[in-house]
Structures are given as C-alpha cells and as structure tokens.
Design a protein around this ligand. Sequence first.
Ligand code: NAD
Ligand code: DAU
Length: 337
Amino acid sequence: MRIVVTGGAGFIGSNFVRWVLDSDPGTSVVTLDALTYAGNAENLAGLDPARHRLVVGDVTRPDDVRGVLDSQVDAVVHFAAESHVDRSISGAQAFASTNVVGTQVVLDAVRAAGVPRLLHVSTDEVYGSLAPGDAPFTEEHPLHPTSPYAASKAGADLLVLAAAATHGLDAVITRCGNNYGPYQFPEKLVPLFITNALDGEALPLYGDGRQVRDWIHVHDHCRALGVVLQRGRAGRVYNVGAHAERDNLALAQQLMALLDVGRDRLVHVTDRPAHDRRYALDTRRIQDELGFTPFIPLDEGLAATVAWYREHRDWWERIKSGAYRAYYRAQYGERLS
Ligand code: NAD
Ligand code: DAU
C-alpha cells in the first residue's frame, strides 16, 4: 500500500507511521506535516528513506495537500490537528483553521484525486462529558463538545460524514480516548508529569483531580487504526478504547509511585474552564464487527512509558528547551509557524 499520513510528525501520527512500516514491509508512507510546535521531525528519525518521506506542508493549503496525492495513493490517514485543549481555550483560531478548514481541504483533495479510502482520526471529546454513573458513550451518542478543541473536532467529523453521504466518499472515523506512550509532547498530562518529576519540578493537578479519563496506550490505538483502515465500513464511526478509566489523582499517584517521588510534588492548581468530568467509551462495535481488542494493560503501559521517558531524556529536553524548533527551522525555513 501507499499511504499518506497527515500530522505524522506528531505523537500518534509518528507512532502510526512507525507501526505501519514495521507491520507491512510492502507499505510506503508519505507524511504531510506543517511542523507546528507539536510536530517534531525527530519523531520520524531513522526510518528507511526508500519507504518513508516527510513533506513539510499545511493541510489548510489545497496545493500542499494536492501535492502529495495522486492515483497511486491507496489511503489517507488524517491526524493533522491542533490537539491541546488548554491551547484552544487561550486561542481557538488555529483550531478552527486546521481542524475544520484543514479537514475540508483534505476531503476535497481526496475526492479529486480518487483516493480509495480516508481514515479520519477523531476523539471521544466530541461526545462531551459523562456523570459518574452514566453508561459509556456509544457511536450514536449525540455530540456535545464543550471546549473549542472538541467543537472543532466535532465540526470535522460532521464534514467527513457529510462528504460520505453527499459524494459517496469512502471515509471512516475513529473516536479514541486519552493516549499515552512514546513521543508525546510534554504538555499533556502523562509526559508533563513524568518529565516534571524527573526534573524535580511540581506536578500541577487541575481542580480536585477527580476528572476521569479512559486511557489507552498509543500502540493499541495504532493497531485499532490499522484494523479500521483495512476493514472498517465506509461512512461508519468506531470508538477506540481500552476500558481503563482512572481519575487524574489516581493516575498521578500511579506515576509518582513509578517515579519514586513524594506527595509534596503534587500541587492543586486552578481548574480548566468547562473541564469535562468523565469520558468512557463503549467499544463493542470495533470489537464485534472488526475483532479488535487492546493488548496493553494500563499498569504495564504506564511503566513502559516512564521507562521510555527516562531513556529518552535528550528527546524531551530538546523540546522543553526549544532546541528542536531551532534545528528544524534551520532545516525547513520560515514555513514553520
Ligand atoms: P499532536 O499535537 O501531537 O500532533 C499533531 C500533528 O499535526 C503535529 O505533527 C503538527 O505539526 C501537525 N499539524 C498541526 N497543524 C497542521 C496543519 N495545519 N497542517 C499539517 N500538519 C499540521 O497530536 P496527537 O496527540 O498526535 O493527535 C493526533 C490526532 O489524533 C489529532 O487529530 C487528535 O485530535 C486525535 N486524537 C488524539 C488523542 C490523544 O490522546 N492525543 C486521542 C484521540 C484522538
Ligand atoms: O480524550 C482524548 C483527548 O485526550 C484528545 O482528543 C486530546 O487531543 C488530548 O490532548 C487529550 O485531551 P485531555 O484534555 O483529556 O488531555 P490532557 O493531557 O491535556 O489532560 C488530561 C487530564 O488531566 C484532563 O482532565 C486535564 C488534566 N490535567 C492536564 C494537564 C496538562 C491536569 O490536571 N494537569 C495538567 O497539567
């Protein structure tokens, strides 16, 4: 297969590119990525240049997207997005632009090039928030996004479904819970807490820390994406989760035990506005229709993740210092935003 991956220099995208190249020797990948603050070409270092190429380009620019699509491309996997909720609260413009407009640009380009399949990578946050005793979200749950990030992802999902209905585009959507694992930008809870702990800094817990998230290791998410890409039904949405609900306080305590840091490092800070209380996913569809089940228990996955950040201090220190930007700005020039 020839696959185009948008946003492949980010956390999940780079894990997916590595996974797909490892799993199928016959597959080659072109990554299209704008290398925003969250994109790091180092995440793709060491890949065989005969099977993988990084093209720096922006999904909101039709020419950039058309430039990587031709009749030989078998599928597009669309990860490119602004992904951090806190940043969407500080400023939503880039979220509307990349997540909504960028997705429409990708849809138009995929249709024009006749690409046989689009996989749009979405999130459980489009469903909104659950109360403690509520049943997990099914794919039929109404969309009630509360943050600008989640609203922009919901907008993108609706555009994808509209393209499938109106134009018969072969598109599938996945909605996954919170990912953790290697190469995650250290602004998100798990890598922020691990790297702060390793640096002797505080771990900032929002509000009472009782917000519940449904955690999945990124390698399990990648496997699910592979299954949906190959066998998912066109026009359909698939939830992806590992049934590992934890509140943030419990997760922080688990990380602190793995990192051997004391409770005094945990600091309660001002809560995120409109902070969703709980996410949980009903994953019967992907399990029953496509036979997907996750492999990695949360305890093992977190321990492996802590070990990865211990072993890759140079990777995250260059991010925290900003050095990764300077290096790649020099290499790729002023197109970096
Ligand atoms: P990330 O922020 O780590 O990576 C996003 C990537 O997209 C970066 O490489 C960035 O440079 C690129 N990008 C941003 N704007 C772009 C543009 N205009 N044109 C081209 N590239 C652009 O994000 P992530 O955590 O890897 O998430 C990837 C996708 O998965 C997103 O669509 C996100 O909504 C979705 N998702 C994430 C999670 C999670 O827990 N992280 C869970 C479910 C779904
Ligand atoms: O649910 C899937 C979503 O998971 C993805 O769509 C998003 O792209 C991804 O960023 C993630 O969103 P969250 O907002 O859940 O992730 P984040 O790591 O920012 O926060 C996880 C929880 O931890 C959340 O309840 C807020 C809390 N938190 C976060 C940070 C960064 C803290 O308490 N302190 C922090 O410093």
